[in-house]
Design a protein around this ligand. Structure first.
Ligand code: PLP
Length: 404
């Protein structure tokens, strides 16, 4: 058994890992950005924006798309368009980014947090159903990290109870469930294009839907009441009285960058899927280590980050997930981390509104968050196979020493 790097042994990564800065950049896109700059048309229903919004929606199997500033306001706009407001409850996962839980608060409703599944970490359909009350108006399942919520089960339960479904696809651009694009199963799909995401324009977001009325409401809400395609000063038709509209417009520059990434998405996804398949196979052979299970009916799983767990029961006395993580990092495996560290309702924004949410269930995901999870940055699945091989070697080496 070779000595661990954390104990002074030699590292698996003899040379420091050199990741490219995320996201990748392409000179031809820089040229297109110059063209937009010189065109003087940078925003407000620009041609690039409208085309990208529609292409992105269609790519995911939905008819309509609305491009916005980020994936937080897309969730707010979704709930607003669906008429969710004060007195309503919205069921959200106990493990997600803050924005999913905050969206109900932004429209005056109450977020109700429910547990996830032990293998996919995504919203447990049974926990969702158990949390439904007469006030439940919507549910926001999240396709988290490198998996998918059981979207067909969730939609079926929602239909039975007349509940609206907003799919939070911030981690899942291009993901397919049974051959159909994520985001097109619920009433509305919400995407983020923030800097760290699979597709990014620095910032940005999009709502997709098949419903023309919702498309109109989302468009007006995010474009200060203007109907689709209206020029400045041409907001002829007043927005519906329940829509206190905002300006959440993104720019032509972001649309140009994202259109290029959309064109590359198929090839990028294939490359990452091959690396991810390798990691699933090899990491699951190591006693005590398991990987986040892909979506049950995933025909194309996407990876925002790659989820790996360690079973504390398989570790020597006194050793914890944090020890494994520190030892793996010491071997040179950078950008492998414990994640957000807390269930959503304990993240900072909820500390300022402690009496405005309800936690229905969270035991399963709390155990994963506090004791088991380790997340590998997207660049591990995006890069060379040899890097993945060495990443596996880090876990193998550490578990030989720390495992029972
Ligand atoms: C699951 C999830 N939903 C929503 C968002 C919000 O997206 P944005 O950062 O674009 O506002 C994020 C961002 O990290 C996210 O991870």
């Amino acid at each position: 058994m070779s000595k661990l790097a954390i104990d002074g042994g030699s590292k698996v990564f003899a040379e420091p890992v050199k990741f490219d800065v995320w996201p990748p950049v392409y000179p031809e896109v820089a040229g297109k950005l110059v063209e937009v700059y010189m065109s003087h048309k940078w925003s407000f229903y620009g041609a690039n924006e409208l085309k990208f919004a529609e292409d992105f929606a269609k790519y995911h199997g939905a008819k309509y798309g609305t491009f916005m500033v980020n994936g937080t306001v897309t969730l707010e706009a979704s709930l607003k368009a669906l008429g969710v407001g004060p007195g309503d409850e919205v069921i959200v996962p106990s493990w997600t980014w803050m924005a999913t839980g905050m969206a109900p608060l932004y429209v005056g409703a109450t977020p109700v947090f429910v547990d996830g599944e032990a293998d996919t970490f995504c919203m447990d359909p049974a926990a969702f159903e158990a949390a439904i009350t007469p006030r439940t108006k919507a549910v926001i399942p999240v396709h988290l990290f490198g998996s998918m919520a059981d979207i067909e089960k969730i939609v079926a339960i929602a239909k039975k109870h007349d509940i609206k479904v907003v799919e939070d696809c911030a981690h899942a651009h291009g993901g397919m469930w049974n051959g159909k694009g994520l985001g097109s199963f619920g009433d509305i799909g919400s995407f983020s294009f923030q800097q760290s995401k699979i597709m990014t324009g620095g910032e940005g977001g999009e709502c997709i839907t098949d419903n023309e009325d919702l498309f109109d409401r989302i468009g007006r809400f995010s474009h200060i009441g203007y109907q689709l395609g209206a020029r400045r000063g041409q907001a002829a038709v007043l927005p519906p009285m329940d829509l206190d509209c905002r300006n959440y417009r993104a720019t032509e520059f972001q649309a140009v960058i994202l259109a290029d990434q959309l064109a590359r998405l198929d090839a990028d996804s294939d490359r990452r899927a091959a690396n991810a398949d390798y990691l699933h196979t090899e990491l699951n052979k190591i006693p005590g280590i398991a990987t986040q299970k892909p979506g049950r009916c995933a025909t194309r799983q996407q990876y925002y980050v790659f989820g790996i767990t360690v079973d504390p029961a398989m570790l020597k006395a006194g050793k914890t997930r944090d020890d494994v993580l520190a030892a793996v990092n010491a071997e040179g495996a950078i950008e492998v981390f414990a994640g957000w560290g807390q269930p959503t309702f304990k993240q900072r924004l909820f500390q300022v509104s402690p009496d405005r949410y309800r936690v229905e269930s969270s035991k399963v995901v709390e155990d994963i968050i506090y004791n088991k999870i380790m997340l590998a940055d997207i660049r591990w699945v995006d890069g060379e196979r040899s890097m993945c091989e060495k990443l596996v070697e880090c876990f193998r080496k550490v578990m030989q020493e720390y495992g029972k």
